[in-house]
Write a protein that binds this ligand. Structure first.
Ligand SMILES: NC(=O)c1ccc[n+]([C@@H]2O[C@H](COP(=O)([O-])OP(=O)(O)OC[C@H]3O[C@@H](n4cnc5c(N)ncnc54)[C@H](O)[C@@H]3O)[C@@H](O)[C@H]2O)c1
Length: 259
């Protein structure tokens, strides 16, 4: 019989977390490192990632920071080659890098639409495709796409059609890749947070945006989540504890979608 602590252990595994220098990605990277994984942070902004690298190394695992824009094919291929050269394998990928822009649908510029779709959907596709090639050769790997409850419901009061469409697309990309790769050992799942307080939303909290009260009133738990509340599920989805799980979407939303 397997031992549950061994099932959750990530000792000796190599995990890439895109945009892992701050916010949700940082908490998930630290959770993976606490479970024993070596971490690669792929980041556009190197300074924040270098500070996170120090915190992760203090946990006794290796941590590498690679600068790159995850929408840019050449950056992604260079990043994947560097990880394979340095670590010999890639066991886990978190497509966490993301962006948010909102406006009423009739006012959204084509430029803003493309920016959101590029970062939130095309980027994760390119990274998954390139990392997927390595994992398929290995015959094993776990990819976790950080989507959002916005891929399932329409948020209110703020309008954000591009963001919602990007995350809905990411959930469908998750299922598509999961179905294609399931019999070759590569699992693909989506993690869908609800409202979490991070740098992405901090400006709204600072100016006491009335939208926040509305969000809380629509959330059974009556509050936003904090990034560390994703550590447990990140380790679960990355590890052998979830060995029969693929093509699934996991909500962590304080009950928002229950109402
Ligand atoms: N904060 C929330 O309430 C919330 C809710 C649901 C889903 N999410 C999703 O979780 C993920 C992380 O969000 P967060 O709140 O921590 O955001 P954040 O803005 O704090 O962090 C995102 C990170 O991604 C990086 N990044 C953005 N574009 C990149 C690119 N092209 N290449 C490389 N790195 C890039 C940023 O530099 C940043 O470090 C996002 O995908 C977001 O859509 C967030």
């Amino acid at each position: 019989m397997p031992n549950v602590n061994e099932l959750f252990s990530l000792k000796g595994r190599t995990a890439i977390v895109t945009g892992g220098g701050q916010g949700l990605g940082k908490s998930m990277a630290i959770g993976l490192a606490q479970a024993g994984a070596d971490i690669v942070i792929a980041a556009r902004r190197i300074e924040t990632a270098l500070a996170t690298q120090k915190e992760i190394e203090a946990l006794g695992v290796k941590c590498t920071v690679i600068k790159g824009d995850m929408r840019v094919e050449e950056d992604v291929i260079r990043m994947v080659n560097q990880v394979v050269e340095e670590y010999g394998k890639i066991d886990i990928l978190f497509n966490n890098a993301g962006t948010w822009r909102g406006d009423d649908a009739e006012k959204v510029t084509t430029e803003d639409w493309k920016e959101v779709i590029d970062v939130n959907l095309t980027g994760p596709f390119i990274v998954s495709r390139e990392v997927g090639k390595v994992m398929l050769k290995q015959g094993k790997g776990s990819i976790i796409n950080v989507a959002s409850m916005s891929g399932m419901i329409v948020n209110t009061p703020q309008n954000q059609c591009a963001y919602n469409a990007s995350k809905g697309g990411l959930i469908m990309l998750t299922k598509s890749m999961a179905a294609e790769w399931a019999d070759r050992g590569v699992r693909v799942n989506a993690l869908c947070p609800g409202y979490m307080r991070t740098e992405m939303s901090e400006e709204r909290y600072q100016r006491k945006d009335p939208a926040i009260e509305r969000w809380f009133s629509m959330t059974p738990m009556g509050r936003s989540g904090v990034p560390d509340e994703l550590m447990g599920i990140a380790v679960y989805l990355a590890s052998d504890a979830s060995s029969f799980v693929t093509g699934s979407t996991y909500l962590v939303d304080g009950g928002y979608t229950a109402w």
